[in-house]
Design a protein. Structure first.
Lengths: 239, 239
DNA sequence: TTTCCACTCCCCCAAAATGGCGAGGTCGCG
DNA sequence: CGCGACCTCGCCATTTTGGGGGAGTGGAAA
């Protein structure tokens, strides 16, 4: 952790990975290169499913999942609301759930110092890239100071790769909406009733219904609200 | 655009800015340092309000707003769906609206080459950081190759600063939803009817209605669909 | 301690949305 | 030329929502 090491080989290895499992190898490589305790890439799916590439012990990972720590982990909770990379010391560890969690984590090999970078993708995807170590505050401040930028870039590359690999697994097919359908959906999302929308678009309310039904069908939605939610999360309409 | 220039002074200037107007000066500084036509930081508020720090001409910016180009700009539309930085050539310019937009843009001083980095913050905030220039494909490929990483970092710093400055202007007006309200909104967004949601949450349909109405009130929404759309665009629920 | 908020439950009724049936027209593409 | 996609319109029955009341719990904050 003394002088700054070159992380370019790691970034290249990261760009070259072609399977989710390989991400774990990159975390190990990165951890060893940086000479710290742990590197964690933790991604939370839009449905709440989580996936991680971490150097943590198997037991800690299992324990984390088993106790549903996702719900109380102050790192997740804190980072979810902000954009900035954050030092763990600046998070809120005051609740008793957080204290218990921290104690448990330290007992399972997690270091006392942490630096996490929240990062977001389309469709509400959220991920966290974390560097973790055991040392005093001064040493950690020095580390985050010198590697902050690299960690941001690495977080970006990790997330890009994860999204890329995930996309291969689920090739989401979505037919585009017609212009009129987009108009209708947009106005509905803005809170107008069908009558108001029909009036706004200068068409009969029945015609409007045809658009809505057509859009619902295309989006595989069960009702109008669902269609709006789907269209929004797919970026088909902007509100 | 030949040899790689040092961008550290710009990053430091960026970190030091303390007003939104100063961001514009940084874009100019950055544009001149890189020797390209334009640098644009374009942020879209959760409510659809936009703010930008760009080196574009006043007339183009006014025209963009006036014609509501936000809705058809292929750069916005394309980047909203992805995480990767993207070269403008790889976007979908096939629609006639896109072609008209492009023609108009080129006539107002926008370069033919572009490289945009989508970036997201909490509460559904979305922003775009763009480098724009007039040159051939080869020269542009060389530029993006050598400055890609720096642009990612700059996008990150721009966004961080914008969020920081914006937070000062609007001190958290939107009240958060209660856990039950989030549950209700989420299930509704997934297409369930009130009866189904009530059953899923093991509460009476009436209780559910109270949550929905409460959420509607908090979000200032006119109906359920509007509430869902608002909650989604504010990042209060994730679907 | 009192006050506020989140959470839970009940009634009734009007308005809105939805589903199913039908009918036409234009436009572009193979 | 036919086919499909888009745009436009009408009626009727059913389901879903929204709006108006009122009432009780428990926990957290002031």
């Amino acid at each position: 952790m003394g002088t700054k090491v070159d992380l370019d080989p790691i970034m290249e290895a990261l760009v070259a990975t072609s399977a989710l499992e390989d991400l774990e190898r990159v975390t190990v490589q990165l951890r060893d290169t940086l000479g710290i305790d742990h590197i964690v890439y933790h991604w939370v799916d839009s449905a709440g499913e989580q996936y991680g590439a971490a150097t943590y012990s198997e037991t800690w990972i299992a324990r984390y999942a088993e106790h549903n720590y996702l719900r109380i982990d102050p790192v997740i909770l804190g980072c979810f609301q902000r954009f900035h990379p954050v030092d763990w010391k600046r998070l809120d560890w005051s609740s008793k759930a957080a204290k218990a969690f921290l104690k448990d984590a330290l007992e399972h090999g997690v270091g006392n110092q942490g630096f996490s970078i929240p990062i977001r993708g389309p469709h509400g995807q959220f991920a966290l890239f974390t560097a973790n170590h055991t040392c005093d505050d001064a040493a950690w401040a020095e580390f985050t100071e010198s590697y902050g930028r690299d960690l941001i870039l690495l977080a970006h590359y990790f997330n890009r790769k994860a999204l890329e690999l995930e996309a291969n697994r689920q090739p989401e097919m979505s037919r585009a909406l017609s212009p009129r359908e987009v108009d209708a959906m947009t106005l509905l999302a803005l809170g107008y009733s069908r009558a108001q929308v029909a009036h706004s678009l200068s068409i009969s309310e029945h015609t409007l219904r045809v658009y809505i039904e057509s859009a619902r069908f295309k989006l595989g939605a069960l009702n109008t609200t669902h269609a709006i939610a789907t269209a929004m999360s797919r970026g088909l309409i902007v509100v």
